[in-house]
Design a protein around this ligand. Structure first.
Ligand SMILES: Nc1nc(=O)c2c([nH]1)NC[C@@H]1CN(c3ccc(C(=O)N[C@@H](CCC(=O)O)C(=O)O)cc3)C=[N+]21
Length: 285
């Protein structure tokens, strides 16, 4: 087998640290709180939101899920966000993606107060990340969780060739910035990229966030490549697979499994960001 990166275990370790930080906050009279807005009834989104809620509950973080039907108006969601922005019990606000087509996602995400923007989507926080600014600001949890995971397996990314495939606002773009801030040489590939096979063959670290089963074969990567599979694809038979096909059973390469790789790290990192926001709010109270 290609060696598997144990995202579940690293996430568990991170949650132990988070639980102790939550205890300290609660001793100070501060209970961290996250609000999740879920629009429509997409089954995958419901699973993720339930996972988030369960993780929060286990750690002693207050969580509130607000659900709207798919037909909800933008005004209704904005009014809810304004209420949460003003609510001192709420430290973190997350609007689950994707949103129905009639809703302007950017408009919604921008309405979240930057200091409660647990996804790091607000232009203020995106700008700070891309500028590698000093001080605290929230950043997207999936790429941040990947950085935590990479730290365990590739402690120093300086000068490494990092290839990010997929340029979404949720993963690819912030991933590019974080790898760049860690001194990797970053290439961001997407649907118009022409020499992908060549880029794959020379990359030390590959982050695949495309959303297509078997998009990348491990045999196309270097013998010592570290591959992070962000894909979550449900096949017709119900099987959950990533974007990567492991066709190199005896290689020394490293790969994150799906499930049990990036997913658990995303959830743990979301909790980490939530308590950091609560800490920030307690400092400035
Ligand atoms: N505003 C926003 N922020 C997000 O962070 C966000 C989002 N929208 N929309 C969708 C994506 C996806 N996402 C996942 C969270 C947990 C698992 C997870 O728990 N995965 C498990 C398996 C879950 C299963 O069985 O389906 C695993 O990989 O082991 C996966 C994916 C957060 N996202």
């Amino acid at each position: 087998m290609t060696k598997l990166i144990d995202g579940k275990q690293v996430a568990e370790n991170l949650k132990v640290q988070i639980a102790s930080s939550v205890k300290k906050l609660i001793a100070l009279g501060i209970t961290p709180g996250i609000a999740v807005i879920l629009v429509g009834d997409d089954p995958a989104s419901q699973i993720y939101v339930r996972n988030k809620q369960r993780a929060a509950e286990k750690l002693g973080i207050d969580s509130e899920v607000i659900t709207f039907p798919a037909t909800v108006s933008e005004e209704k969601i904005l009014a809810k966000i304004n209420g949460l922005n003003a609510n001192p019990a709420i430290d973190a606000i997350l609007v689950q993606s994707p949103l129905p087509d009639h809703i302007d996602e950017h408009h919604i995400q921008s309405a979240i107060a930057p200091e409660k923007d647990v996804d790091g989507f607000h232009a203020h926080n995106v700008g700070a990340l891309f500028a590698n600014s000093e001080g605290y600001y929230p950043m997207a949890n999936t790429p941040r969780g990947i950085m935590t995971l990479l730290k365990e397996y590739v402690p120093d990314l300086t000068g490494k060739n990092a290839l990010v495939i997929g340029r979404s606002i949720l993963v690819g773009r912030p991933m590019m910035a974080m790898l760049n801030n860690a001194n990797a040489t970053v290439t961001l590939a997407h649907r118009h990229t022409k020499n992908l096979a060549q880029l794959v063959a020379t990359a030390d670290v590959i982050i695949v966030a495309v959303g297509k089963p078997h998009f990348l074969k491990m045999s196309a990567a270097k013998a010592d490549a570290v591959v992070i599979d962000v894909g979550i694809n449900r096949l017709e038979d119900g099987q959950l697979v990533g974007d990567v096909l492991d066709d190199m059973p005896d290689s020394e390469q490293l790969l994150t499994p799906v499930p049990g790789g990036v997913g658990p790290m995303t959830i743990a990192t979301l909790m980490q960001t939530t308590i950091e926001l609560a800490q920030q709010h307690s400092i400035f109270e």
